[in-house]
Write a protein that binds this ligand. Structure first.
Ligand SMILES: Cc1cc2nc3c(=O)[nH]c(=O)nc-3n(C[C@H](O)[C@H](O)[C@H](O)COP(=O)(O)O)c2cc1C
Length: 207
């Protein structure tokens, strides 16, 4: 049932100045699996998504994360829980990189289903929101053949590390999750077969 929430959410512009140094963020980075139920702010979510895949060069549209041949195979989905993010309803959203906005794909809280698809790792449900990084391999394998697959895996590591460091800089908690059933995650997120989920990263305030 529709609650009339907007289908496009324009995120606040990301900041390029932080409160702690890169060295501090690296040293504070940790996998944290205990989250409070407090919502994340829109500016924190904006910052995390920008770090994961945002555009950092307006002229050439290069991103915050390196990509083999700038083929950019990654797509990012945000699974928002009820009251997960200030003034954003529960649902599955696609991160529109070009517009730095979110597009609603499904209205409803699917965190419990996502946790079940990931070997019942309960913190996926407890976190106010989950980022899911998916790949469209053909974008990279078209030019690089089967070697492109390894490039995609390297790239998701860059994106995941950026999320970790940005979360540390914002005082937020996250953990990179690779243990899940691809097919079930795809079902929960209603994704086409060519989308391969590679990482789930819950985001929230540490307890
Ligand atoms: C590829 C990969 C997959 C991972 N999968 C999971 C996972 O499914 N569940 C989980 O709780 N942690 C997962 N982790 C996080 C590791 O357990 C964690 O990085 C490790 O214990 C070291 O702790 P640290 O990240 O705090 O340094 C994964 C990490 C990587 C790099």
């Amino acid at each position: 049932m529709s609650t009339g929430q907007p289908t496009t959410i324009h995120l606040p512009p990301p900041s390029q100045k932080g409160k702690i140094s890169l060295e501090e963020a690296i040293s504070r980075r940790r996998s944290i699996r205990d989250f409070t139920s407090e919502p994340v702010s829109q500016s924190q979510l904006s910052q995390i998504l920008w770090a994961a895949q945002g555009i950092s060069d307006m002229r050439w549209k290069y991103r915050t994360v390196p990509s083999a041949g700038a083929t950019y195979p990654l797509e990012i989905l945000v699974v928002c829980g009820r009251n997960g993010v200030d003034e954003i309803g529960e649902g599955i959203y696609h991160y529109s990189i070009a517009h730095h906005s979110l597009t609603l794909r499904y209205e409803g809280d699917v965190r419990a289903d996502l946790a079940r698809a990931a070997l019942n790792q309960g913190f996926i449900y407890e976190a106010p929101l989950d980022i899911v990084i998916c790949a469209l391999y053909q974008r990279t394998t078209l030019g690089y053949g089967s070697r492109g697959e390894r490039y995609v895996h390297m790239e998701v590591g860059h994106a995941g590390q950026n999320i970790y460091l940005q979360a540390a800089a914002l005082g937020l908690a996250t953990v990179a999750i690779g243990a899940f059933n691809d097919e079930r995650v795809r079902e929960v997120l209603q994704l086409d077969k060519q989308y391969k989920p590679l990482y789930i990263m819950p985001i929230g305030r540490p307890t």
